[in-house]
Ligand binder design. Structure first.
Ligand SMILES: [Zn+2]
Length: 244
């Protein structure tokens, strides 16, 4: 037996079908996790349930106490994440009409557009660039600054619909960064026959052409996903915060 129909429904409504850990909107790609595992006597109750996206669920479940790697989410930590997120979702209606909160969200929205402008920064670069050819090493610097800002506690929207969209953008930027880190090299790291101008980077699989193509394809997919999440946040933000 898993969670009953009524427990599942209440949990899914309360989280707005967004993950309680990373806050991205999941739609039907959401799972209900037992905070105290069933094997350890955890009940099928609302209190013991936390909705998670597939990625966060896999991560939470993957922790193996016999071979500890990193730090496990404790039960109370999971509950606190969940309760804070439920509260944010339930305050949405109250918050969305409150001018003080709207002003706070406007401020953050403007800050994000300053860090990541739609023109002249990495967003417009990613829209145009074909990652099969070299690119300047500094062409994605503003993504790095964005990720740095994410660590600030005030870098969070009060409105959960905005926060969900921002979280999706953050996740996609992190993914793009991972691809760059693993498959793109600067001139210093490359052998002579692959050399490029200083200050540039390129994808390469060394002598493995298939690996090169794979890296390029991953970068282009990840770049498209960053731009899509960015567009969604900007469109939604402009409509809901009445900004130009
Ligand atoms: Zn998640």
């Amino acid at each position: 037996m898993g969670f009953s129909e009524s427990v599942s429904e209440k949990a899914l409504l309360d989280c707005g079908r967004s993950c309680c850990l990373c806050h991205k909107f999941c739609g039907f790609k959401i799972e209900l996790h037992h905070i105290v595992q069933k094997a350890e006597g955890g009940p099928d109750t609302y209190e013991n349930c936390i909705p998670l996206c597939l990625d966060c669920h896999a991560e939470v479940k993957a922790y193996n106490p016999k071979h500890p790697k990193g730090r496990k989410y404790t039960e109370s930590e999971l509950r606190q994440h969940r309760d804070r997120w439920y509260e944010k979702v339930s305050h949405k209606i109250f918050v969305s009409g409150n001018p003080d909160y709207i002003e706070l969200d406007r401020k953050l929205f403007r800050r994000i557009r300053e860090i990541l402008p739609s023109q002249g920064g990495s967003i417009s670069f990613m829209r145009k660039h074909s990652y099969g050819v070299p690119f300047p090493s500094n062409s994605h610097d503003d993504l790095r600054s964005y990720l740095d800002q994410c660590k600030d506690p005030d870098f969070e929207f009060i409105n959960s619909d905005l926060e969900t969209r921002k979280s999706q953008l953050t996740i996609n930027i992190q993914e793009f960064h991972r691809v760059l880190l693993y498959a793109a090299y600067s001139s210093d790291d490359l052998p002579c026959h692959l050399a490029i101008e200083p200050g540039m980077k390129r994808f390469t699989g060394g002598s493995n052409y298939a690996r090169y193509l794979q890296g390029v394809e991953k970068a282009e997919t990840a770049a498209t996903q960053v731009c899509e999440a960015y567009d969604e946040l900007i469109r939604f933000g402009r409509r809901n915060l009445a900004l130009d």
